[in-house]
Ligand binder design. Structure first.
Ligand SMILES: Cc1cc2nc3c(=O)[nH]c(=O)nc-3n(C[C@H](O)[C@H](O)[C@H](O)COP(=O)(O)O)c2cc1C
Length: 175
């Protein structure tokens, strides 16, 4: 089967979209046809051999549109190579404990597709200027420092994950 990859993203404030675009850019640079779309704008996944679903983590869960997409296309996805990635604050530091916490947040997706070819767990971004006023106020008042502004997306880590994923897709011969 010839390679054709769909990357979909579920975002609230745009940082997951930027990660999805980076993933698409890396795949495209290898000469593999790739489409990057907001998750709820996709109506048909039949043209694609592989699907990468990326989501922000909110309150310990994927963004609901990512779950709806995966549920809606469950049958089609079962015949394709599927990868998931998440973007969130739990992965500010890449430790085994944090990976565990971040992976648990993806359970609603893993309950639908339990054998993804790969799972990427990436750090996220907090930018108060993108938030509605009340949320911005709540985050900025946090005394623990855990909700402070910053960008923990590590582009080298993301690139490394995509390279490895492409290698796995080639080995499984269905990319
Ligand atoms: C209301 C809210 C709840 C969040 N909950 C979590 C969480 O439970 N776990 C986590 O790792 N990150 C959490 N985050 C951090 C976001 O996932 C992170 O900032 C991510 O980059 C946002 O992606 P987006 O810009 O695509 O929406 C939360 C952020 C907000 C604003």
């Amino acid at each position: 089967m010839s390679q054709n990859v769909l990357v979909v993203y579920a975002t609230k404030f745009g940082s997951t979209k930027e990660v999805a675009e980076k993933v698409g850019e890396i795949i495209g640079a290898k000469g593999i046809p790739v489409t990057v779309r907001k998750v709820n704008s996709v109506k048909d996944i039949s043209p694609y051999s592989s699907v990468i679903v990326g989501t922000a983590i909110r309150m310990g869960k994927p963004v609901s549109e990512a779950v709806s997409f995966t549920k809606k296309f469950k049958n089609d996805l079962q015949n394709k190579s599927v990868a998931f990635f998440s973007v969130g604050l739990y992965m500010k530091d890449d430790t085994p404990e944090n990976r565990d916490k971040a992976k648990k947040c993806l359970m609603p997706l893993l309950e639908i597709i339990d054998n993804p070819i790969s799972i990427g767990l990436f750090g996220g971004k907090i930018d108060y200027s993108t938030m509605p006023l009340l949320l911005r106020w709540t985050f900025s008042k946090d005394k623990t420092g855990e909700l402070s502004e910053g960008d923990w997306r590590n582009w080298d880590t993301i690139t490394g994950w995509v390279d490895e994923l492409l290698h796995d897709l080639r080995s499984s011969n269905v990319a």
